[in-house]
Design a protein around this ligand. Structure first.
Ligand code: NAD
Ligand code: TYD
Length: 351
């Protein structure tokens, strides 16, 4: 089987590529990635020379390129992760999110529709999505696969749009599509614009840790390798047209998470207890900030037998260990354009 995995140089994509390359020697894995600021081939150094792995640089918004790629490669399946993924960037540049997340997805669907005819109509098109399409929860309740879409940010609106197109191509053209909607991921190779790696980086450098609003927002965190394992199971076992929610029943208020992270960092960096927490700085809230996300993943657990493997404290500790052991990775991705982004987003947050 030849699988095109889009966005394989990004955070989650690199874990999915690694898992498929290592676990399925008989598959050919093509990593298709534009290498935006978020894509980094260093994420895949350990598997880049494997015989069943290839990288192709390309842009999913380029319909002609995608069409030619399908003619040339004749893939048997697509696992689609390429996206603009950061809510704050979507607030400042919404159109880029429409282009990559909606137009890019439709370009891939069109190529699949054109080339997967006859028996090949059964080829799998797996679209990786987010729980953010369901909107925001109050203090109680959870998102199930039946929850109505209610996106609030340009990011979640663009992901919701792409999900609708994927379902439309199943219903209208009979493509063998599958969608999964996952909660917030954490782990190694996470770009430090997102809360956890940004906080680790700042604590390490004794810089303020920006917490939006009062830090009361709640996210449901999942170890990225548990997400990759869920994608593997769903890819191989789901019925055509099906949807699965993925999440670890692991809700944390941002401020509690950051305090836990500060305590871990104090210990790892041999700093005095409480010193990292002094870096916590409350900053202006995100516009349209969703209060709470929480995923009900019981369908995935019951039907496919998936269970999350790590407790959060253990996973967070492993994550911190990875960042401390990979300072070079962090230094590389935080040089250059990152500095401009950081300044625009946070300005001067020094106390
Ligand atoms: P990421 O931003 O780390 O990586 C995105 C990758 O896509 C990068 O390698 C980038 O170079 C590539 N890319 C962007 N635009 C492209 C284009 N036009 N053509 C080809 N490649 C392009 O994102 P991530 O956090 O790894 O998320 C991957 C997917 O999972 C996304 O679809 C996202 O919506 C979804 N998701 C993410 C989370 C999360 O917590 N990060 C949770 C649930 C779902
Ligand atoms: P983020 O990692 O951007 O993921 P998402 O917005 O997709 O959930 O943010 C996680 C939570 O942390 C979210 O409630 C926003 C908040 N946050 C901060 O408080 N400070 C920050 O600097 C960032 C990036 C996020």
């Amino acid at each position: 089987m030849k699988i095109i995995i889009t966005g394989g140089a990004g955070f989650i994509g690199s874990h999915v590529v690694r898992r498929f390359v290592r676990n399925y020697a008989s598959y050919q894995i093509i990593n298709l990635d534009k290498l935006t600021y978020a894509g980094n081939l260093a994420n895949l150094k350990d598997i880049e020379n494997e015989a069943n792995y290839r990288f192709i640089k390309g842009d999913i918004t380029d319909a002609l390129f995608i069409d030619a790629l399908f003619t040339e490669e004749r893939p048997d399946a697509v696992i689609h992760l390429a996206a603009e993924s950061h809510v704050d960037r979507s607030i400042s540049s919404p159109l880029e999110f429409v282009m990559t997340n909606i137009v890019g997805t439709v370009n891939l669907l069109n190529a699949a529709k054109k080339y997967w005819t006859g028996e090949q109509r059964h080829n799998r098109f797996y679209h990786v999505s987010t729980d953010e399409v369901y909107g925001a929860l109050e203090e109680t309740g959870v998102f199930t696969e039946e929850t109505k879409y209610d996106p609030h940010s340009p990011y979640s609106a663009s992901k919701a749009g792409s999900d609708h197109f994927v379902r439309a191509y199943h219903d209208t053209y009979g493509l063998n599509t599958v969608i999964s909607n996952c909660s917030n991921n954490y782990g190694s190779h996470h770009f430090p614009e997102k809360l956890i790696p940004l906080a680790i980086h700042n604590i390490q450098n004794n810089k303020p840790v920006p917490v939006y609003g009062k830090g009361e927002n709640v996210r449901d965190w999942l170890w990225v390798e548990d997400h990759a394992r869920a994608i593997d199971m769903i890819f191989h076992q789901a019925k055509a047209g099906d949807t699965y929610n993925i999440g670890g029943h692991n809700e944390w208020k941002n401020i509690d998470l950051i305090k836990l992270l500060c305590a871990i960092m104090d210990r790892k960096l041999n700093r005095q207890k409480g010193s990292s927490a002094k870096l916590i700085t409350f900053v202006k809230d995100r516009a349209g900030h969703d209060l709470r996300y929480a995923i009900d993943s019981s369908k995935l657990q019951k039907e496919l037998g998936w269970v999350p493997s790590l407790q959060f404290e253990e996973g967070l500790e492993k994550t911190v260990d990875w960042y401390l052991a990979n300072e070079e990775w962090l230094t590389t991705v935080t040089s250059g354009a990152y500095q401009d982004y950081y300044y625009k987003q946070y300005g001067k947050t020094e106390k």
